[in-house]
Write a protein that binds this ligand. Structure first.
Ligand SMILES: NC(=O)c1ccc[n+]([C@@H]2O[C@H](COP(=O)([O-])OP(=O)(O)OC[C@H]3O[C@@H](n4cnc5c(N)ncnc54)[C@H](OP(=O)(O)O)[C@@H]3O)[C@@H](O)[C@H]2O)c1
Length: 254
């Protein structure tokens, strides 16, 4: 899918932060309809008004399987954008309870997994795409939020697998790995942050250009400089790289 004109997009966590901006950019890129999914649909009133009939509110908590099933039953989503997420700003060895870490995995990893499993068929049939909003913390430890890092790293492997599984169906799967974004999630952090708009534009435009990985802001691009190119290949072409490794391994054995 190289163009959103006439297409249908669903964005999770669409009521605020990056999600609200992703809805706007999808509209600006010509989407015919954007399902704005949020836990509280009242919080989508502004987006619905701005969308002038093209924004449809959908009630969706990504940890609720029934709500995921009801959203997937809409049946006409071309581009799924998994954006909803939470952070967990606490050290692993601190006093926080295990429930905080479990909750982070529940939303960022299992929520994303359940969402993608529910929507995969329609995306496949419609030759659409999936964008996973992850974080540079998926590839480099966030020292302030290690459990968040782990959940995003897990979601990165999830996305890699989904890309491989959907490859025969010509479905583009993109992971976006932002640095700091100026939203509620990063409100306590000082310093330069990317705007939600630039991250949204680069994520969606990168996806439409067929990119497997998008580094959508200045900080993210600087992290990318520290990632080995073979590692980048492993992220986007694991089959080719691992087949070559397996052949070399077999050829060099005793
Ligand atoms: N901000 C950053 O610096 C940064 C950096 C890299 C990546 N990201 C990623 O960008 C994405 C968006 O984050 P943000 O910066 O926009 O954060 P945010 O301002 O805190 O917004 C988070 C969004 O996720 C929703 N959400 C949380 N739990 C949910 C659940 N169980 N079901 C459905 N929706 C849920 C929230 O809905 P409610 O309003 O109902 O809580 C809200 O819409 C996240 O995946 C985040 O990890 C953010």
């Amino acid at each position: 899918m190289t163009d959103l004109t006439g297409r249908t997009v669903l964005v999770t966590g669409a009521n605020r932060g990056l999600g609200a901006s992703l809805v706007q950019v999808a509209l600006d890129r010509g989407a015919a309809k954007v399902y704005a999914a949020a836990r509280d649909t009242d919080s989508l009133a502004g987006a619905v008004e701005t969308g002038q009939g093209r924004v449809v509110p959908v009630r969706l908590d990504v940890t609720d399987l029934d709500q995921i099933g009801a959203a997937a039953a809409l049946g006409d989503v071309d581009l799924l954008i998994s954006n909803a997420g939470i952070t967990c700003q606490t050290p692993i060895l601190g006093t926080a309870g295990i429930q905080d870490f479990r909750r982070t995995m529940e939303v960022n990893y299992f929520g994303t997994m359940n969402l993608v499993r529910a929507f995969a068929d329609q995306v496949r049939v419609r030759r659409g795409g999936i964008i996973f909003i992850l974080s540079v913390a998926a590839v480099s430890l966030s020292r302030s939020a290690p459990a968040y890092s782990a959940s995003k790293a897990a979601a990165l492997m999830l996305a890699s697998s989904v890309r491989e599984e959907l490859r025969p169906d010509d479905v583009t799967v993109t992971v976006s790995l932002p640095g700091w974004i100026d939203t509620e999630m990063a409100s306590a952090l000082p310093g330069e942050k990317a705007t939600p708009r630039e991250v949204s534009e680069r994520s969606i435009d990168g996806h439409l250009a067929g990119d497997g990985v998008v580094w959508p802001d200045r900080f993210a691009l600087m992290v990318r400089e520290n990632v080995d190119t073979r590692m980048l290949d492993l992220l986007t072409r694991p089959r080719e790289v691992m087949n070559a490794v397996a052949a070399e391994f077999a050829g060099t054995g005793s």
